[in-house]
Design a protein around this ligand. Sequence first.
Ligand code: GNR
Ligand code: NI
Length: 170
Amino acid sequence: MNRLNILTFPDPRLRKKAAPITNFDSGLEKKANDMLFTMYEDKGIGLAATQVDIHERLIVIDLSEDRTDPIFIVNPSFVVLDSTQETSKEGCLSIPTFQQEVPRAKEIELSYQNLRGESEKLVADGLLGYCIQHEIDHLNGKLLVDYSSSLKRGRIKDKLMKMKDGKNKN
Ligand code: GNR
Ligand code: NI
């Protein structure tokens, strides 16, 4: 398994729209496993392929305490079952140190394919529902900062660009 590099805001590659997956081959399985490894290493609960510069509609999620219950989600779409907007504070591995309150639909039904290309459905609310909506935002080039004020967005951009400068000075 390989650890992949996670792109950070304001990298323009985070704004690309990911393409549907049509080949359910061993290459897809390898990408998914590398993403899962990277997500575990960075202690995230979800990761979208866009964040590792793969512009395909692939997501990994694992909300379990012991990190043994991954869900691999290909070509996701959802319908809202309960449109009540619930707001919770979200973080993102692509925007370190930043948190943002985001309104999300309370309950959704997700349709997707597994790594073998078989169709699956699941109903999600709470943290799983928010996480799925967060990851699908990534596949569409949307980020937590888009739910924030331009002042706050400007501040986090400056901060992360300075952090990157520091890293590149070695
Ligand atoms: O690790 C993560 N935690 C999180 C918390 C609340 C809502 C969404 C998330 S996803 C995030 C990992 C990440 O950046 N995925 O894209
Ligand atoms: Ni994220």
